[in-house]
Ligand binder design. Structure first.
Ligand SMILES: Cc1cc2nc3c(=O)[nH]c(=O)nc-3n(C[C@H](O)[C@H](O)[C@H](O)COP(=O)(O)OP(=O)(O)OC[C@H]3O[C@@H](n4cnc5c(N)ncnc54)[C@H](O)[C@@H]3O)c2cc1C
Length: 452
C-alpha cells in the first residue's frame, strides 16, 4: 500500500510525522507497534544529537558519532517508513503535507516536530558574518574555520590580519559555555601542532553574554562557579555585554569598544522552524505554535505541534526548548493518537522536569536535578558524560563517542582536527537533494580556487 495515499475506512490510519529530531523520533518509536501507517519525513536522512554539535565543531567528536541514520533505526519495522524530503507547506483543511518536488502526503493524523532555527534578533551583520551552530554542516563549517585560522596565522602572520586568532562566542547559555570550554582545550591541543608560535598565548576566546550572569536559568552559585572555571582556563568572559552589529573583521558592542575578530560564533538564540508558520494558527513571539493542553493545534484536533516548535504552557510560562521537553511532548502526541484510536479521552501534557546540566570542559560541569538538588565539579562532569553517552542514538554511536572521549581525555587531545569542506545548509532554506548536490559542487569549486 503506497504510504502517501489517504486511508479508506478499511485501511490503517496514516500518521505523518514531520522531523526526525528528538520529538519526531520519539513519536515514531511510540507508534511503531500501533495499528497505523507512519511516514516520518525529514530533510536529512539522519537524526542528530544537537547537544553535542559543539564537540564536532571543536574537533572532539566526528559528525557520525552524533548522527544516526533514520532508516537504520526502523529497519525491519513494518509500521514506520522514512521519507527523505523537505516540507514546504501544510494544509490542515485538506489534511495534506506538501513536499518539495514530490506529491503531497495525505494524513489522518499529523505531528509537526520540525524544531527551531537560529535567530539573529535583527542584529545587523549576524546573518552574513556569524557562524551558527544548529546542524551538522554548521558544526563542520565552524571546525574548518577555527582550524583554518590557525593555518593562516602560521603561514603568514601579518597577512592573516587583526583578530585572526580571536574567537568570539555570543551567548552565555549552555551552548556558549560548552563551546568556550572546549575551544580553550583545543588551543592547548593545537599548541603541539604548531611549533612556530604558542597557540595559548596568541589565541583568545571571548564569551559575550547580555545578562549579568552566564547560564541564565541556573542557580546563582552554579553561574558564578561556571564563570570562575572558564576564566581560570583562559576564557575572557564579558557579561552584561550586548552586540550592536557584526562586520567581517570586528564585532561592535553597545557600550564598549569593538573587538577585532574574524570568527564570531552565534549561540544566542533560536526561533521556531518556518514550518510553524505554514499551518496558519496562532504563534508566540518566537514563532512557536501555541498548542492546546493535549498538544493539538486549535481547530485542528488531529494536528499536533511538539518539541522546539511548540509553545507549550507550563508552570512558569512556555516550556523551555530542551531535549527532554521534545522527547516527552513527542511521546505525548503519539499517545493521544493511540487514545483516539481506542476512542479514549485525551490527556493534558505535563512536563516532568528531570533537571538540566552543562559541561564547562575537562572535569568540570554544573547540574541541577529536579527537587532542588544541584552540584558542580568532577562528579557533575562524570554524570554529564555518562548521561550523554547513554542518550546517543545507536550502540555504534555510543561506543564511538566513548572511545573518542576516553582517548581525548587520557591524551589531552582533540583528535578530529580535520578541515573538511562542506556546504552549510540553513535549516530554513528548503532544498531538494539535487539542489544540495549542485551547491556542493559549486562550493567545492570555489574552495579549491581560494587561497588557503
Ligand atoms: C547547539 C545546541 C546545543 C543544545 N544543547 C542542549 C542541551 O545540552 N540540553 C538540552 O536539553 N537541549 C539542548 N539543545 C536543545 C535541543 O537540542 C532541542 O530542544 C531539541 O533538539 C528539540 O527537538 P525537536 O525534535 O523539537 O527538534 P530538532 O531536534 O531540531 O529536530 C527537528 C528535525 O526537523 C527537521 N526539519 C526541519 N525543517 C524541516 C522541513 N522543512 N522538512 C523536513 N524536515 C525538517 C530537521 O532536519 C530535524 O531533524 C541544544 C540545541 C542546540 C542547537
Amino acid at each position: 500500500m503506497p504510504f502517501d495515499t489517504p486511508s479508506s475506512t478499511t485501511e490503517r490510519p496514516h500518521v505523518v510525522i514531520v522531523g526526525a529530531g528528538f520529538a519526531g523520533l520519539e513519536a515514531a518509536k511510540t507508534l511503531r507497534d500501533t495499528p497505523v501507517r507512519v511516514t516520518l519525513v525529514d530533510r536529512n536522512n539522519y537524526h542528530k544529537f544537537q547537544p553535542l554539535l559543539y564537540e564536532v565543531a571543536m574537533a572532539g567528536l566526528e559528525p557520525d558519532d552524533i548522527a544516526h541514520n533514520v532508516r537504520n533505526i526502523f529497519q525491519g519495522n513494518e509500521t514506520v517508513h522514512f521519507r527523505l524530503g523537505t516540507v514546504t507547506d501544510v494544509d490542515p483543511v485538506r489534511q495534506q503535507v506538501h513536499l518539495r518536488g514530490s506529491a503531497p502526503l495525505s494524513y489522518d493524523h499529523l505531528i509537526l516536530a520540525a524544531g527551531a532555527v537560529s535567530t539573529d534578533f535583527g542584529i545587523p551583520g549576524v546573518e552574513e558574518h556569524a557562524y551558527p551552530l544548529k546542524n551538522v554542516p554548521d558544526a563542520v563549517n565552524l571546525r574548518n574555520r577555527v582550524l583554518r585560522q590557525f593555518e593562516r596565522y602560521d603561514r603568514q602572520r601579518e597577512a592573516a590580519g587583526e583578530g585572526a586568532l580571536t574567537f568570539v562566542i555570543v551567548g552565555g547559555g549552555p551552548t556558549g559555555v560548552e563551546m568556550a570550554g572546549a575551544l580553550v582545550e583545543l588551543f592547548d591541543t593545537l599548541n603541539d601542532d604548531f611549533a612556530e608560535f604558542d597557540t595559548r598565548e596568541q589565541a583568545r576566546c571571548i564569551l559575550l553574554e547580555m545578562e549579568d550572569y552566564l547560564l541564565p536559568p541556573y542557580e546563582r552559585s552554579l553561574q558564578t562557579y561556571t564563570q570562575r572555571v572558564l576564566e581560570g582556563r583562559g576564557v575572557d568572559v564579558r557579561t552584561g555585554t550586548a552586540v550592536e552589529r557584526v562586520d567581517t573583521d570586528r564585532v561592535h558592542l553597545q557600550e564598549s569598544p569593538p573587538i577585532p575578530t574574524q570568527t564570531l560564533v552565534w549561540a544566542a538564540g533560536v526561533k521556531a522552524s518556518p514550518v510553524a508558520g505554514m499551518v496558519g494558527t496562532e504563534q508566540a513571539r518566537d514563532g512557536r505554535i501555541v498548542v492546546n493542553p493535549d498538544l493539538s493545534i486549535p481547530e485542528h484536533p488531529t494536528v499536533y505541534a511538539v518539541g522546539d516548535m511548540a509553545a507549550i504552557e507550563g508552570k512558569d510560562g512556555y516550556e523551555p526548548q530542551l531535549a527532554q521537553v521534545a522527547i516527552q511532548s513527542g511521546r505525548h502526541a503519539a499517545t493521544q493518537i493511540q487514545r483516539d484510536l481506542r476512542n479514549g479521552t485525551r490527556e493534558s501534557f505535563e512536563y516532568w522536569d528531570l533537571g538540566q546540566m552543562a559541561t564547562i570542559g575537562r572535569n568540570a560541569a554544573v547540574a541541577e536535578l529536579g527537587g532542588g538538588v544541584s552540584f558542580k565539579g568532577v562528579f557533575a562532569w562524570f554524570l554529564w558524560v555518562v548521561i550523554h553517552i547513554a542518550k546517543l542514538v545507536g550502540f555504534r554511536n555510543r561506543l564511538s563517542a566513548l572511545v573518542n572521549w576516553a582517548y581525548n581525555y587520557f591524551t589531552y587531545n582533540r583528535s578530529a582536527r580535520l578541515i573538511l569542506d562542506m556546504v552549510p545548509i540553513a535549516d530554513d532554506v528548503p532544498m531538494e537533494v539535487e539542489e544540495v548536490d549542485q551547491q556542493v559542487k559549486e562550493r567545492l569549486k570555489t574552495v579549491e580556487t581560494q587561497p588557503r
